[in-house]
Design a binder for this molecule. Structure first.
Ligand SMILES: [Zn+2]
Ligand SMILES: [Zn+2]
Length: 409
């Protein structure tokens, strides 16, 4: 297909994000309000992974494998643009969410429990009748659809539209087909001033959804719409041995998405150490798949023979496995190893080389006061270090706290 045709078929990107934003704000499952759209960031499988480069950080990789329970998981950078002129770029896919909208059309006020309220039609975008999914069509024209700001979710991250009809009529799988309205007496998020009402006047206040005991929003159905519109977990969603109750969530609220990350400081490998030599020659070692391959590889590859002639094959295999982050052994808490580095000798660790990952000097302390010498052994000035962060999951409502060692608990 000619390039010009192809280009026309690609939808233009709706926004851009920096890598750090992808990890903190725009990971899979995050809701994002763009100027023209409200979207849900899709799962990694749906992303265009152009520009996603493998990350070499064995310690982090092992931590991620341990945390996720997936022994084959690898680390990659977020996608990026390769060539702007040729329109070659990786991309993050997002899905339309929520699907329920209010209609931007001035209609007469309605009354809920004796309170006069501003009223707007509440519709699902597929029943808006305009065909373009952006507008609502009625006898006097097109009116803008505005995605509703309330959805429901659970702390495990499951998310879905509120079943507005069921909520209004207090009935699961309600088949009533009256028009629905969202009524607001005040401004903002005072839930006691917000109501759902049907054409015939059946009314319910949104505040009902805030009382967990009322189970007004039902049990969590395990919906994972960032993996596809009808996607859901196969296991029922449980909390402390009971079915999880869905909770009201304001899409734009700060508790709508907490990314869960693990980070490590890149530790320099001791100069000349086996680990360092394995890292330097990792491409040449890539063909080795088992301990039994080691001897043959050393025999036929002069560079490997040169580097590892003095090393026992079993020891070399262990070093290769560690470098690949693959061995199943428990990892020590990341901060422990980093602390060990920071309080240890800087010889062979700190480097001023251009590609150095770590540079630090011990600051001299001239004639320190006795209290100082008692409490503080030395002061280290870290001039350069590299932190690498991996996104491993997310929660809603409350953030998952990390242990002091840096692993999520
Ligand atoms: Zn009109
Ligand atoms: Zn759930």
């Amino acid at each position: 297909m000619p390039v010009s045709n192809r280009r026309r078929q690609l939808p233009p990107p709706l926004g851009e994000a920096r890598p750090s934003q992808v990890l903190q704000l725009y990971g899979p499952g995050a809701m994002v309000d763009l100027p023209e759209h409200s979207v849900l960031i899709g799962g990694l499988d749906a992303w265009n992974t152009r520009g996603c480069e493998p990350i070499y950080e064995p310690r982090l990789q092992q931590l991620v494998r341990q945390t996720t329970g997936n022994p084959r998981i690898g680390l990659r950078t977020p996608p990026k643009e390769i060539d702007r002129l040729k329109n070659i770029s990786g991309s993050i896919k997002a899905l339309r969410f929520p699907e329920w909208c209010v209609v931007q059309k001035k209609i007469p006020d309605r009354v809920a429990f004796g309170i006069s309220c501003r009223a707007r039609l509440l519709v699902h975008y597929l029943s808006a009748g305009s065909g373009d999914f952006k507008d609502y069509r009625d006898e006097d024209g097109k009116h803008r659809l505005v995605p509703i700001r309330f959805v429901m979710a659970c702390p495990h991250g499951h998310l879905s539209d509120i079943r507005w009809r069921d909520f209004c009529f207090r009935q699961f799988n309600c088949e009533n087909t009256e028009r629905l309205y969202l009524l607001e007496a005040g401004t903002g998020n005072d839930f006691t001033q917000i109501f759902v009402q049907s054409e015939s006047g059946v009314t319910r206040k949104l505040a009902d959804a805030l009382i967990p005991e009322s189970k007004a929003l039902g049990f969590c159905q395990g919906a994972t719409p960032w993996l596809g519109r009808r996607s859901r977990d196969s296991e029922p969603c449980m909390t402390n041995g009971e079915r999880t109750v869905s909770r009201l969530l304001v899409r734009s609220a700060t508790n709508a998405y907490f990314s869960e990350t693990i980070s490590v400081i890149s530790l320099p490998e001791e100069a000349g150490s086996l680990a360092k030599r394995v890292t330097e020659l990792k491409d040449e070692l890539a063909g080795i798949e088992a301990e039994g391959d080691v001897s043959a590889a050393l025999k036929f590859n002069p560079r490997l023979k040169n580097a590892f002639a003095d090393v026992d094959p079993a020891e070399l295999w262990r070093a290769i496995e560690a470098q690949r982050g693959g061995s199943g052994s428990e990892v020590s808490q990341p901060k422990d190893e980093e602390l060990r580095l920071l309080i240890g000798s800087m010889d062979d660790v700190s480097s001023t080389a251009e590609d150095s990952l770590f540079e630090a000097v011990v600051l001299p302390t001239n004639n320190p006061q006795p209290w100082f010498s008692t409490a503080i052994k030395r002061v280290l000035l870290v001039k350069r270090l590299q932190e690498v962060q991996a996104l491993v999951g997310f929660t809603r409502f409350t953030a998952r706290t990390s242990s002091l060692g840096g692993l999520p608990i």
